[in-house]
Write a protein of this length. Structure first.
Length: 366
């Protein structure tokens, strides 16, 4: 019998709002500026055993920075706000800005979280029955600025900041008795190199092309880090049209971090790459995962998806090919909330051999 399985229920589509500012009585120039901004917003409610009931809202705004050409990719800002009946609070604002015909790209996130996370132990041998949750409060900053050196290839610098405080863990639990780093709060402050090759035709809903991003980050005590470690990541995505509106998308992710990595910055399965696995169900210093997704139209603004994934974590990169793997699969529904830019509302249900989870958010998983 499967115990302590996280079941997430998304109560969707209470309302839908799309705003495009228009005013026929003003000048043509003023009207053009206003139509530059496209805003979509809607409320959301959910339930998980660790959070109880939660509710809030999600929104996204897309636009071009002046004087960018409308044939270039639009910039975007998302905003999410949620509160749960266990007094948890989530505020997050991911963003992407494009400038100088996409030669400059600024990508990142600002956020503040008071939230519960799962902990089962470290490694693929972690037992589902050992599940416990810990509460932590932290502001978050993710920021990278890159410059295109030649067609589709860009390089730049990135920064990561999380200030973990008020960490509450179960007394005499597996986290309390483990030897993981970071059990007594701490600050992550990492700086690094970011490089990517982006030949996708769209950023919100790619139909063809390839995207490869590599990151190398190291902690910096000069910037206030409580830890001393490094990490490296390789994220590869490929998109292929199958007919006019059918798309096959794939995502291969490979990552490694050093032994001094705090436990809340370890790589883990259960993210958007491996939907269907309980969040942080398996975590360790290295990850290898692969996801494949088939996206297809249904009718009007509605579309669907069928996807599967496999992944593993290990103590170091050399062991990921020798480690055991866990598989997951699921189906999803899509609704176009912004036809101009192809932004979609995503609702997925995915399962592994330990149960299933619902997912509700903006934009595709990859």
């Amino acid at each position: 019998m499967i115990k302590n399985t996280v079941l997430s229920i998304a109560i969707i589509c209470c309302c839908y709002l799309t705003t495009v500012a228009q005013n026929k009585n003003k000048s043509k120039q003023d009207s053009t500026v206003k139509k530059n901004l496209k805003i979509s917003a809607f409320p959301v409610a959910f339930y998980t055993p660790e959070t109880a009931f939660g509710f809030g809202g999600l929104g996204i705004g897309t636009f071009w920075l002046n004087p960018e050409n409308r044939d270039t990719r639009p910039s975007s800002v998302q905003l999410g706000l949620s509160y749960t009946t266990k007094s948890q609070f989530l505020l997050y604002m991911p963003f992407e800005f494009y400038r100088d015909n996409e030669k400059w790209r600024v990508v990142g996130e600002f956020g503040f979280y008071k939230y519960f996370y799962n902990f089962y132990g470290v490694g693929m041998d972690a037992k589902e029955a050992d599940e416990e949750t810990y509460e932590v409060t932290f502001p978050r900053v993710r920021f990278s600025i890159v410059r295109e050196l030649f067609t589709n290839f860009s390089i730049g610098v990135g920064y990561e900041f999380d200030n973990f405080s008020n960490l509450k863990i179960k007394e005499n639990g597996i986290l309390s008795s483990s030897e993981v780093i970071g059990k007594r709060d701490g600050t992550i402050s990492n700086i690094g190199l970011v490089a990517f090759y982006d030949a996708r035709d769209h950023i919100f809903y790619p139909t063809k092309g390839i995207y490869i991003q590599g990151n190398v980050f190291t902690s910096s005590q000069i910037l206030g880090s409580s830890f001393s470690y490094y990490k490296a990541e390789l994220d590869t995505r490929y998109y292929q049209k199958l007919g006019k509106r059918h798309i096959l998308a794939s995502n291969l992710f490979l990552a490694h971090s050093s032994n001094n990595t705090p436990f809340y910055d370890l790589y883990y399965l259960g993210s958007k790459r491996t939907r269907g696995i309980n969040n942080r169900r398996f975590q360790d210093n290295a990850e290898l995962s692969f996801a494949l997704e088939y996206r297809f139209p249904i009718a009007g603004r509605f579309g669907g998806a069928a996807f599967g994934s496999t992944g593993t974590v290990a103590s170091d990169l050399a062991k990921v090919l020798q480690s055991s793997y866990i598989n997951a699969a699921g189906v999803g529904l899509r609704y176009i909330i912004n036809k101009r830019d192809g932004v979609r509302l995503r609702v997925d249900y995915a399962m592994s051999n330990e149960g299933g989870n619902f997912y509700f958010t903006i934009k595709e998983a990859f």
